[in-house]
Design a protein around this ligand. Structure first.
Ligand code: LHQ
Length: 255
């Protein structure tokens, strides 16, 4: 259900149920979460990419796989989707969600959960939940209003309208849009560029930003002062300063 590939410090995890636009079943969600944890623990991995096989990114919950299950909705979310989203947000390495096609329902939440969101020109996002009279889950109620404000978020959720790449970029649902033809190469090149950045500093930056999203200014200032000490004590900082003084490019990757 998940294809795993590592190239030049970039671990790519591909959702692999292309016939169903990578709709999620338990096996897909639990395997993806395990693979993310494995990538976090592997020193050869500096950046993680989550993408989809075939023409879709992820169509959300596999609706053919829900009837007759012995779990409540609450139990199901706490067992599969919520640990996945927490793992992405808590990962010590940058996670790129490379949205190659449609991202719907929990698949839209997954698309929004990355630290960097790269979309193919033909990608789209649908907060599709209200089509089946459910509420947005897997973090959509948290991510989307922070990106577009309450009102646009409510409208997108209430009408379940498809947001294409151009509008997605304008609304801040993604950082970059690339042509379909070169998407996978463009994502790999972007990820390799990110992989050359100082990993410790980025880990601490992710920590600081995540904390700041729910903190006061005072708390953010305190957190920055605490984390700056950890960054400043690390060899990466010495290397950055030495490279600046020597007018050369810093080398942040040490095998
Ligand atoms: C699918 C699916 C799908 C199965 C396309 N399942 N087969 C959490 C916890 C507990 C319960 C419930 O939910 C959740 C969170 C959620 O994610 S709820 C939201 C669930 N997702 C949906 O409601 C999306 C349903 N799909 C769609 O609306 C459309 O398929 C989209 C807009 C994603 C794509 O439309 P098209 O590009 O026109 O493709 P298509 O509809 O033709 O789909 C292609 C195939 O994929 C098709 O199968 P077929 O055998 O006919 O080729 C679909 O049946 C299948 N598929 N989504 N979620």
């Amino acid at each position: 259900v998940i294809l795993v590939e590592t190239r030049a410090g970039v671990r790519t995890l591909s959702l692999n149920r292309p016939d169903k636009l990578n709709a999620a079943n338990d096996a897909l969600l639990l395997t993806l979460t395990e693979e993310l944890k494995a990538a976090d623990a592997d020193p050869a991995v500096r950046v993680v990419v989550i993408t989809g096989s075939g023409r879709g990114f992820c169509a959300g919950q596999d609706l053919g796989d829900v009837s007759g299950r012995d779990m409540t909705f609450t139990e199901h979310l706490n067992h599969t989707y919520n640990p996945l989203i927490r793992t992405i947000r808590g990962l010590s390495k940058p996670v790129i969600t490379a949205v190659n096609g449609v991202a719907a329902g929990a698949g839209a939440s997954l698309a929004l959960s990355g630290d960097i969101r790269l979309w193919a020109r033909s990608a789209s996002l649908i907060e599709v939940f209200s089509n089946i009279a459910l509420v947005p889950d897997s973090g959509s109620t948290w991510f989307l209003p922070r990106l577009v404000g309450y009102h646009r978020a409510f409208e997108l959720m209430a009408l379940a309208e498809r947001v294409g790449a151009e509008e997605g970029l304008r609304l801040g649902l993604c950082e970059r849009v690339y042509p379909d033809e070169s998407f996978r190469q463009d994502v790999q090149a972007y990820a390799e560029r990110l992989a050359a950045r100082p990993a410790n500093a980025l880990r601490l930056t992710k920590q600081a930003l995540n904390a700041a999203l729910t903190s006061t200014l005072d708390q953010a200032l305190e957190k920055e002062a605490e984390l700056q000490q950890l960054a400043g004590d690390h060899w990466e900082h010495a290397e950055g300063v030495a490279a600046f003084k020597a007018r050369r490019a810093p080398e942040f990757v040490r095998e």
